[in-house]
Design a protein around this ligand. Structure first.
Ligand code: AP5
Length: 203
């Protein structure tokens, strides 16, 4: 199993690039943002609780998202790999993910971090907010709150994986296909080293 995290701040292009990577490589796409929005649309108790946090640009509590991911990993026992988009977002979530994967004799093989300037992130999300219907894109204040949550709670996740030499930074501005090509090159470099076949240790 080859497991990849597509990492980056709100608006960095994780969703856009995940779609292309999933189509090209056949990963199972696990986006906690998409899963939470589905729960909100279905008005489940989990969705109603999560909405209170998402509408303010805050992270949803760890226990909720870890529980969701646990269920999804179990659903695909024979997949060639997962692409995690927007998860893990805290160091607690990263530790939980490692434990869940270890139970399947698997691990995170690569973390690709999209680098995009704050001004570009804000511009992209304000633009998307005009038509997306996403409550967390509606004004600059909420968008900035999301970026602040990312800086304080999510950037330490990159440090967590850097300890294991798994993080590569990819420029996330410019042409969507060029960014996809750079992500693909990074994935294929790790595939060809065959390092991903060693599953039991994190290193
Ligand atoms: P989530 O749904 O994960 O949203 P996000 O991280 O804020 O990311 P976005 O979907 O806004 O952006 P993206 O990086 O996917 O970029 P995209 O491709 O869409 O999370 C939403 C909320 O759910 C969180 O705030 C939190 O409350 C909660 N949540 C989710 N996961 C959680 C977790 N693990 N723990 C706790 N809480 C969690 O692109 C953005 C825009 O830019 C689009 O319009 C796109 O067309 C455009 N664009 C993309 N690439 C380019 C490019 N190269 N050039 C020009 N425009 C581009």
């Amino acid at each position: 199993m080859f497991n990849l995290i597509l990492f980056g701040p709100p608006g960095s292009g994780k969703g856009t690039q995940s779609e292309k990577l999933v189509q090209h490589y056949g990963f199972i796409h696990l986006s906690t943002g998409d899963l939470l929005r589905q729960e909100i649309n279905q008005q489940t108790p989990l969705g109603l609780e999560a909405k209170q946090f998402m509408d303010q640009g805050k992270l949803v509590p760890d226990a909720i998202v870890i529980g969701m991911i646990d269920g999804m990993i179990d659903k695909y026992p024979n997949t060639k790999g997962f692409l995690f988009d927007g998860f893990p977002r805290t160091v607690t979530q990263a530790g939980a993910l490692d434990s869940l994967l270890l139970q399947k004799d698997a691990k995170i093989n690569l973390v690709l971090a999209l680098a995009v300037s704050e001004n570009t992130l804000i511009e992209r999300l304000i633009h998307r907010g005009k038509s997306s219907g996403r409550s967390d894109d509606v004004n600059e204040e909420i968008i900035k709150a999301r970026i602040k949550e990312y800086s304080s709670k999510t950037t330490p996740v990159a440090d967590y994986y850097k300890r294991f030499n798994k993080v590569q930074s990819i420029v996330g501005e410019g042409n969507v296909d060029d960014i996809f090509n750079n992500l693909s090159k990074a994935i294929e470099a790790v595939y060809t080293t065959n390092q991903w076949k060693t599953t039991k240790s994190n290193s």
